[in-house]
Design a protein around this ligand. Sequence first.
Ligand code: FUL
Length: 508
Amino acid sequence: MPHVPPARLPLLGAVLLAVLIAIGAPPTAAQTDDSVAVQTDDSVAVQTDDSAAVAPPEPVLPVPTARQLEWQRDEMNMFLHFGVNTFTDREWGTGDEDPAVFHPTQFTPHQWARVAKETGFQTLILTAKHHDGFALWPSRYTDHSVEQSPWRNGQGDVVGAFVEAARDHGRKVGLYLSPWDRHEPSYGTEAAYNQFYLGQLQELLTQYGPLEEVWFDGAKGEDAADMTYHFDAFWAMVRQHQPGAVLFSDEGPDVRWIGNEHGFAGPTNWSTVDRSTIEIGGAGQGDYLNSGERGGPDWVPGECDTSLRPGWFWHPDEDPKSVDRLLEIYFKSVGRNCVLLLNVPPAPSGRFAPEDVRRLYAFRSALNAIFDDDLAAGAAATASSVRGGAARFGPGQVLDDDLSTYWVPEDSTGEASLTLTLDSARTVDVVALQEPIQLGQRVAAYRVEVPAEGGGWRTVHEGTTIGHKRLARLETPVTAAQVRVVVTNARAVPLLAEVALYRTPPEE
Ligand code: FUL
């Protein structure tokens, strides 16, 4: 197509409009040929239609709650596994540790929160109590806590100091309270233990101000007594005291486990599932959790938890993952409609290990080098059709950095496509796509194309779901002045909120 500088499009649109009015042609903004840039440009639609008169597309069930939406948009959270295991070189403590082993000498949660903030993590989730039952706060319900430790003469409160530091750095806060407790004597006696657990949960929910996430781990050792946890009661108590918190477990109700601890969502990842088919801690459901279910009745988006190091707790002989590995995790979590929950285990000093800190900042720099420069900024957007010709549903909405506005093609048009025309040919290897998931998740298949030599289009990438975000990594970078996204399968009329183009800096 002829190259049209984006800045001139509104002017051309106005001229076209004037011509249309002069010849009395009906104002049609929705075109089926998206190679005709000016006819589908927003500037035409805005002057030819009363946008407000065109009904928005109906939401597709199920849709997220406000707290799920906010959680999803945060994209990266940090897990902190800290406790007696930090000092005993274990992953699963036995519950009979001497509380005296817990003695961080340079306990500095402000460092955790500052590093998290500067490297881009929103919610910080601390293991208030892991499977060993050692409580990081002075719980009145146990004799296995910081109160029995010589740390700060038994006057310390890790949870309290952590929450304060996180808030000081503008971070959100989450807490993990392991249902499996290897210290508590009532474990195995169903009513007594569940009440004990609710007592501890109530302490955490009422003593530390607002919480944004509460994490319910389904893990249970093979030697653990057979006992049912009363998750419905646990969740009811969270809702009572912390209505703003999302609840994580294998089956939600707000956020689900992604089915593995590598930090990888499936290449297809629906935020919808049928909760009634999932059993917390159940075996053989990893694949289902990993990809969700198209048309599932419940909105329960995935959280991808993994650790910066091989273990969840700090160990002297382990090293942090490489930046390349962290980038792979990022693309397979955030880039596959998942929230990344990256564990950074504080060392026995009570600070993050210096090599972990360096690795996190290097990861941040690598992300910035890719995502700081959106090559689609200033592009012209055109589309195969626009709902009712309305400007507010025009293709330009995918370039405004605003997830509340989106492109809407006409209903029932089969494949729907959106073309970005850049001011010059650029080299691209990442295409970022976002759906306005506040209206439900729709797209089931799409492809990305660039102009083919000699005319037509050439497919450079094919994918399935999009959801909140899909980062499509092209196998090889392409150099093109146009990029076209074609939605080939969707649950309802497909919507796109944002499209962006990036280039991974070539290795030096
Ligand atoms: C698992 C636990 O057994 C691990 O120790 C860790 O806490 C991980 C996040 O969840 O189920």
